[in-house]
Design a protein around this ligand. Sequence first.
Ligand code: NAP
Length: 459
Amino acid sequence: MTYQTINPYTNELIKTYPFATDDELEATLNKAHQAFENAKKQPIAERGKILHAVAANIRKHGDELVRMCSTEMGKKVGEAKGELEITAMIADWYADNAEELLKPTPVKTSFPGEAEVLHQAMGIVMAVEPWNAPFYQVMRPFAPAFMLGNTMILKHASNTPGTAQMLCDVINEAGVPEGSLTNMFLTYDQVNKAINDPRVRGVTLTGSASAGAIVAAEAGKAIKPSTLELGGMDPFVVLADANMDDVNKVAPDARLQNAGQICIAAKRFIVMDSVYDEFMDSLIDYFSKVKPGDPLDPSTTFAPLCTKAAKEKVLGQIDEAIKAGATVAYQYPEIDLPGQFVRPIILTDVKPGNPAYDNEIFGPVALVFKVHSEEEAIELANDSPYGLGGSVWSADPDHGARVAAQIDTGSVYVNNTTSSMPELPFGGVKTSGYGNELGRDGLLVFSAEKLVMKSARSL
Ligand code: NAP
């Protein structure tokens, strides 16, 4: 693994970044610990003001951040702008709401006296984050950690080092005290070293299940709490009474956004037989009309994958799926461009036992399943090792919500694709991980929950 900026549209190697040294890691741990100690004396309202300044500075530097992100991992500029805005919104939301949400929680008790639970900072959080939403993935753990008084060391993905550093510089430039957030080009061994350092009190990873298992095992051995935000195989369930205009408008991009590299993308379309043909015609029509091109060109509607390795992995998974019996219902023609493009493809007849049935494909690959009853739709939606998000489509939202309640994932949206907002808890179940981020959950996930039992006299 090397920290490198390689433009996945031109394949040009732009910059290589040296690994951090162990001395630099030690110095960062010292600074982060000192910042945590200092934050104990700082009123939370002051941190709120700083976090608003962070949001403003992110917006001010929007163009350069977006350009760096699109150049490094191939995200279309429009999508990168949208991601940057939600990143700033997360900072603003925690700045406005954390103080209220962190007030001590009273507890009714038969023990004589008054009980309350304080929500207090723990120390340094070691954050390991992925490239596919390189701004949002930093702010999601950082904003709540900062408001609480925790500090964070960031190990971002090796293919987005420029974006990671630029974003952290913009955040720090806004007045965040030194040591509160430090981006480091760490090796995996150094991540383990940090996890085992007593000043580090929590570990968070967003990424693949395989990386999550390794990092969480290390955290477990060191007896540190961890959160894992991992992959998904989100179902997009189209019921017989769905408003098909809405479905057909939204479904293709629910799969193709970010060239299919979104954890909460619709990876399995589960469609009732009565609307299946209409759904397929519309999906194929959209897939056949995308315009591959430079992610920096606003007229591009379809971008390359993030790296050569990502492309090779997805192509291998498509081959495996077809060999195991999947039918190619549609495949986009050859793309005569140098970048890491994978042609959008729609697969049907993906049965249990086919690797594509269980394994997330992080690319422009839609799996479509025809079902004959709601029970079958729910059973299929739940027949996955993953449980991140999902959506249900019905003209009657209450009907949709009844189906949603039976789907075993961390979130289900009725008549909208799975999404993320600062105030809405975000997390998965099963192989998609544990420990919610965002909303109040995101504040409490790395808080020390301390009971104070106040009595006038002893028993
Ligand atoms: P990945 O390989 O697991 O990488 C994610 C991060 O983990 C990177 O910073 C990576 O560093 C690091 N990493 C990998 N192995 C490590 C180890 N042994 N020790 C320490 N760090 C390690 O993930 P990916 O495949 O690039 O990312 C896509 C996955 O993330 C998909 O499965 C997607 O669904 C998931 N995801 C989930 C969410 C969510 O919120 N649930 C959000 C976005 C993405 P290097 O780059 O240096 O290898």
